[in-house]
Design a protein around this ligand. Structure first.
Ligand SMILES: *Cc1c(COP(=O)(O)O)cnc(C)c1O
Length: 419
């Protein structure tokens, strides 16, 4: 069992087979040169040291080759996005055909809804979780309006029960059972950004499909954090950003998944550009449009190579370590964090994230009764970087790639002191 001492935390770090990874990241420091205790990898992951060299290589090849870099660069830009596909597919448990890196997350959600939100006069509603990330909600409301529906009427919220914070799958089942004939799409956050709850994606897919609804998953808080096994889950589509747990830099490109069952369906409505046109004839320029199979068939533009280089730098680390080892450490690290918080002798603190490791990723959302934002400010003044959500929740994500057991120990010691 865990122990609440610094010695013990340091012992866990010594035994941690992934502890060496921390040195491969830039850890922000205070003026005296002490490492920040960084718990916001769920918002912006830290920078791998090798990222600079990956980007520099593309700058050098651009300087050296100009436009010829599309073919002559050490990693030719023409197929550059393909260099990311295999690693990204592994991270989300998909086949390479099902995955592409392109655009940004909200843009991808829109493009996916163009294809997978096909409302009719009677079957047009969209189900989201009530605490959905605002961008997803706005995107969905605008899709409803775009198709001529009332955004209020068209949106069904899957809510926690009175007095609870977490979602129950049987409540979604009930919604779809009762209103499925009016529902066209379920678009759910696989790991909820607020509570950290990891939902049973496969079950969600079954529930939706039983009533002929399309099912999409936002994996912004899942990719690089949990192993969603997208292919086996059977969901129709998914999208995620790469700047949170995938450490690819602010505003970096996003991932997109379209299940294999839709890979060869050329009849799906979709928006197009030259980049989802057949690669073989793309540069003939005068061909009639011929869409590519698989996720690549949703691309529009030639992608920004500098951003992709940063993603490649990060994915190469994931490739080396593997999600299984990361998950194993993550369960232990977050388990230790949870243990230490539960040791604090107060009734002001409640962890709203599920205690079952299978129902969460690395994040814990900690509710502090009678606290206000000044608590968050004090943590920050003490070099502890967390995220505050009104009215009283601190979101903390110990990331297995670079956070240590000692980080977690020191954070909780300070929190205890401040309370
Ligand atoms: C971070 C996040 C976003 C952000 O969207 P961008 O298009 O990348 O700005 C959207 N949805 C969820 C669920 C997120 O966690």
């Amino acid at each position: 069992m865990y122990k609440p001492t610094l010695d013990y935390a340091q012992q866990l770090d010594k035994e941690d087979k992934l502890a060496h990874l921390r040195a491969q990241f830039h850890i922000p420091k205070d003026k005296e040169g002490n490492d920040w205790l960084y718990f916001t990898g769920n918002s912006l992951g830290l920078q791998p040291k090798q990222t600079q060299q990956y980007i520099q290589q593309e700058l050098d090849d651009w300087a050296k080759y100009g436009v010829e870099g599309h073919f002559e660069a050490r990693n030719p830009w023409m197929p550059y996005h393909e260099f990311l596909t295999n690693s990204m597919a592994k991270i989300v448990g998909a086949k390479p055909l099902e995955v592409v890196v392109m655009n940004t997350l909200t843009t991808n959600l829109h493009l996916l809804m163009v294809s997978f939100y096909q409302p009719t006069k009677t079957k047009y509603k969209i189900v989201i979780e009530s605490d959905a990330f605002p961008s997803d909600r706005y995107a969905i409301q605008s899709q409803l309006k775009f198709h001529g529906f009332d955004a209020e009427d068209g949106l069904i919220e899957w809510k926690p029960r009175e007095g609870e914070e977490l979602l129950r799958i049987e409540d979604l089942e009930k919604i779809v059972d009762e209103q499925g004939d009016e529902i066209a799409l379920l678009l759910i956050g696989g790991v909820n950004y607020y509570t950290g709850q990891y939902l049973d994606i496969k079950r969600i897919a079954e529930i939706g499909h039983a009533k002929n609804c399309m099912v999409g998953i936002d994996l912004a808080h899942g990719a690089g954090n949990i192993s969603p096994e997208l292919h086996d889950s059977g969901v129709d589509f998914a999208a995620w950003c790469t700047y949170k747990y995938l450490n690819s830099g602010p505003g970096s490109l996003a991932g997109l998944f379209v299940h294999e069952k839709h890979a060869h369906n050329k009849e799906l409505p979709r928006f197009s550009g030259w980049w989802n046109h057949n690669k073989e004839t793309r540069f003939n320029m005068r061909q009639p449009f011929d869409v590519m199979p698989g996720a690549e068939g949703w691309q529009l533009s030639n992608p920004p190579i500098l951003s992709m280089a940063a993603i490649r730098a990060s994915l190469d680390m994931f490739e080396e370590v593997g999600m299984e080892a990361l998950r194993a450490k993550s369960e232990k690290l977050t388990g230790y964090f949870e243990y230490l918080i539960n040791q604090i002798d107060t009734d002001r603190i409640k962890i709203i994230t599920p205690s079952n490791p299978k129902e969460r990723g690395c994040q814990l959302s900690i509710q502090v009764k009678n606290a206000d934002k000044s608590l968050h400010k004090k943590l920050t003044e003490n070099n502890i970087i967390t995220d505050w959500r009104e009215p009283d929740v601190i979101r903390c994500a110990p990331v297995p790639m670079y956070n240590s057991f000692e980080d977690v120990y020191r954070m909780v010691e300070k929190l205890k002191e401040l309370l």
